[in-house]
Design a protein around this ligand. Sequence first.
Ligand SMILES: *Cc1c(COP(=O)(O)O)cnc(C)c1O
Length: 395
Amino acid sequence: MSDTAYNEIDAPTRILMGPGPSNIHPRVQMAMMAPMVGHLDPYFITVMDDTVKMLRTVFRTENKLTFPISGTGSAGMEAGFINFLEPGDVAVIGVNGFFSARMVENAVRCGARVVEVPAEWGSIIDPADVEAALKAEKKVKMVAVVHAETSTGVLQPLEEISRLAKEYDALFLADTVTSLGGAELAIDDWGVDISYSGSQKCLGCPPGMAPFTVNKKALDVVTNRSTKVPSWYLDLSLLSTYWTNDRFYHHTAPISMVYALYEALRLVLEEGIEERIKRHQLHGDALKTGLEAMGLELHAQEGHRLSMLTTVRIPSGVDDAAVRKGLLNGFNLEIGGGLGPLKGLVWRIGLMGYSSNPENILLVLASLEKMLATEGYKLEPGAGVKAATEYLKNH
Ligand SMILES: *Cc1c(COP(=O)(O)O)cnc(C)c1O
């Protein structure tokens, strides 16, 4: 076989309705095709400056150090722990899903002692449990929770836990990977000290960037560390020299990814953050209405359900893998399966960013109906689409 025998890239055009990545706007795609420039090119510096400004607006923060980390959401998570926790520190972490469990793993690797505050996978963390953990410990360095748990479909209220963290003089970290650009989020008003996100969920950008924001109080903790940050790549004091004033070379910024994020943020602001949140809410509610009309059960705790990601229980006797394979092969449609203890028990249907539109709602309901019927599940034909259509018409 000669070296020229490899096929050219011929990726299928999928409809991405899983837990991310979501589909990207054509303008974001186009932005990635812009000419390469140097990472200190005057033009690129204007793009960096504007990206930072737009990120501050979307995070609703005045934090000077607000920038995209080069890496996916998990790189943001790692930066959120490794800069602040030193060996022997205590971290109180709300654990109610796959991503909060990953936070624990990050904190443990920093040498911290983790106090887990558990809840069911599908319920919120009870602030009273966080308070009990804080009371029982003498000195807690950080309290951390996931705002939008993409593994369970739960939206965690942040304000009360933030207040408690302050009362006990701990830093408050919130994972906003799935909520940024899709749900109400106010970093400064809610007293979030450290937060990271991801580009491929509600921002509608390819995976590869982790928007990050940190306030002065938390940065002072980094400055006053007794040990060096064990990660050179994610050391905030080094990264800040490139992303704020000095423009010192640290690592080569992924230029095309920054273009993509820049354009994605421009789209968020053109739509308006409040409008965008409303769109995610409306579409999420219409989808849920349709699923329930098909006789399906929603998994997440009522009153705390995510708009951009819906967990729905797989009816007994229905083959999880066969349905998802049928959706992909027959309809080019990707939805997510369950993670961890929810594997085989739920589907995760995303309506994130550019993917959050009425056509996708109707498509997923109709195609899911077809696949469920193939599996022998009894339902009233067209009930899901009809209910969702009505909902959209009336709201
Ligand atoms: C997707 C996700 C992550 C991880 O992001 P990657 O881009 O996959 O590294 C972290 N937290 C939450 C809540 C997520 O949904």
